[in-house]
Write a protein that binds this ligand. Structure first.
Ligand SMILES: [Zn+2]
Length: 147
């Protein structure tokens, strides 16, 4: 089916989202890889004269991407804030043997703030932080070789 795909500003978080617009039917899908916002406008019912659409909006509270070593992917848009239990479950899933940790991530989006709970970017920022702490300690003469 004929469609145009382009980047739009996410209505939820303001970052760039993908939009897939089917110009023949006026159907539309929007998905944000940052906050997980998903919007779909699809035909519910159509007659010769009228078209009735249905709209669906989900996500916007973050995104969970789990990529396996074989390249298969699981993508979940978080529809509401995670409970501690759900969080534990997702983190356990990410520690699985077949998971590609470099390509998997879990990011929540609450009140305009992104929190990376799992993902390479988080590891990098922790590394940087450790280096900064080390540098500070060294400058104060407090760094020992065991640190
Ligand atoms: Zn977004």
């Amino acid at each position: 089916m004929a469609s145009n795909m382009y980047a739009v500003k996410c209505l939820c978080c303001g970052r760039s989202a993908f939009e897939d617009f089917y110009y023949k039917t006026d159907e539309q899908y929007t998905f944000c890889m940052r906050c997980g916002y998903y919007y779909a406008k699809t035909i519910k019912k159509s007659t010769m004269d009228t078209i009735e659409y249905k709209e669906e909006k989900i996500g916007g509270h973050g995104i969970f991407i789990l990529e396996n070593k074989d390249g298969s992917r699981e993508k979940v848009s978080l529809n509401r804030s995670l409970t501690n239990e759900q969080l534990k479950e997702l983190k356990n899933a990410l520690r699985g043997e077949n998971v590609n940790g470099e390509k998997s991530y879990l990011v929540t989006y609450e009140n305009g703030i992104f929190t990376i709970l799992f993902g390479t970017r988080l590891k990098i920022s922790i590394c940087r932080l450790k280096n900064i702490v080390k540098r500070c300690l060294r400058s104060m003469g407090l760094l020992t070789m065991t640190l």
